[in-house]
Design a protein around this ligand. Structure first.
Ligand SMILES: NC(=[NH2+])NCCC[C@H](N)C(=O)O
Ligand SMILES: O=C(O)CCC(=O)C(=O)O
Ligand SMILES: [Fe+2]
Length: 329
């Protein structure tokens, strides 16, 4: 169905998001049409014209490189465990995909829950505080500034996707994603050729195994000098996602598949760093409200599948908790 990843200039969405005639604006309609095609046919697209400074994106990658180049003892000061709510640093091989260890190290951040939601706290294994390295100066303020901008950008793109589906522009606001959960990962991939002990019995080492993302929309900021991300096409072939300066690689997540009853499918992808250099990427995951009940939109069911083929409803928080517990055994 597809052999390349489209590039979408979302400038009009960003500039006109407050306009009263947003829906009817010809430039907006054009972007919405491109989003619809990309989400139906590929599940992946590049986004340009987003307004986030290239210097900020680069600075976030740079502090990632600086963090990972430290000795292990320094990195383990912010180690992730069940007692940190699975927030913090994970060593190479600690993250598992489909039963096999991934050849990446990472720091995982999740939106912090408000302490007032007592019931949520006691049962939710993701409750905890994010862990910031004090050994890399500016790490925390840079990443926090970046996060705020990406939350806003993802919200804007979701508004375009809402129109692409033929819904109201606030389709993903309120109880669905008006109080969005989010995940940010700062990931480091050593060159595969440098790995001293091979852990995969099949002999094929991967930086991150085949998977789909869990929520609504992922925005990936990646090193510009290495191609390592691969998207799986319907016939099982992989296509490389070359970095393009000034763009994010965007892909849709599992919750959008359910809400659209399969019209927009989350696409399998993986990471292979065959380069001789160390690669850093920073994916940001924009998710539904943690307690959102996700079920196919009634206005889409006729056009998508028969009642008997409906996607099973889930609570987003249950889905992500299951995934995280699986990733770390
Ligand atoms: N939050 C993520 N998207 N993590 C990376 C995906 C790989 C993860 N181990 C999985 O099985 O899904
Ligand atoms: O490193 C990348 O380019 C993508 C990582 C990824 O797919 C993920 O963490 O979900
Ligand atoms: Fe992913």
């Amino acid at each position: 169905m597809f052999d390349s990843i489209p590039i979408i200039d979302v400038g009009p969405l960003v500039r006109k998001k407050g306009d009263e005639d947003f829906r009817e604006d010809p430039e907006v309609r054009n972007v919405v049409h491109q989003l619809d095609l990309a989400c139906r046919n590929v599940g992946f697209f590049y986004v340009s014209g987003h307004g986030i400074p290239l210097e900020l994106c680069q600075a976030v990658l740079d502090v990632g490189h600086e963090f990972f180049s430290q000795p292990e003892s320094q990195k383990l000061r912010i180690a992730m465990s069940s007692s940190t709510g699975f927030r913090g640093y994970q060593k190479l091989g600690e993250n598992v995909t489909k039963g096999l260890p991934d050849q990446h190290e990472a720091i995982d951040y999740f939106k912090e829950f408000e302490s007032t939601k007592v019931a949520l706290r006691s049962e939710n294994p993701l409750v905890g505080l994010n862990q910031w390295p004090d050994s890399v100066s500016k790490f925390r303020p840079l990443v926090q500034e970046y996060l705020e901008m990406l939350i806003e950008l993802a919200r804007t793109i979701m508004r375009g996707i809402a129109l692409a589906l033929g819904g109201p522009k606030d389709l993903f606001e309120g109880e669905r994603a008006g109080d969005p959960f989010w995940i940010l990962r700062v990931i480091g991939y050593p060159p595969i050729s440098n790995l001293s002990c091979l852990s995969n019995p099949n002999g094929e080492e991967v930086g991150c195994g085949d998977h789909t993302d869990y929520g609504l929309l992922t925005l990936v900021n990646q090193d510009l000098d290495i191609t390592a991300l691969q998207v799986k096409t319907q016939d099982g072939k992989y296509i490389w996602v070359d970095p393009i300066p000034g763009t994010f690689v965007v892909n849709i997540g599992d919750m959008l598949t359910i809400w659209t009853n399969g019209l927009y499918q989350s696409t399998l992808h993986r990471v292979m760093n065959n380069d001789s250099k160390y690669r850093v990427s920073v994916p940001f995951f924009y998710e539904p409200n943690f307690d959102a009940r996700v079920e196919p939109f009634s206005f889409l069911q006729d056009s998508t599948a028969a009642e008997s083929k409906r996607y099973t409803p889930v609570v987003y928080g249950d889905h992500v908790i299951n995934k995280v517990l699986n990733n770390f055994g």
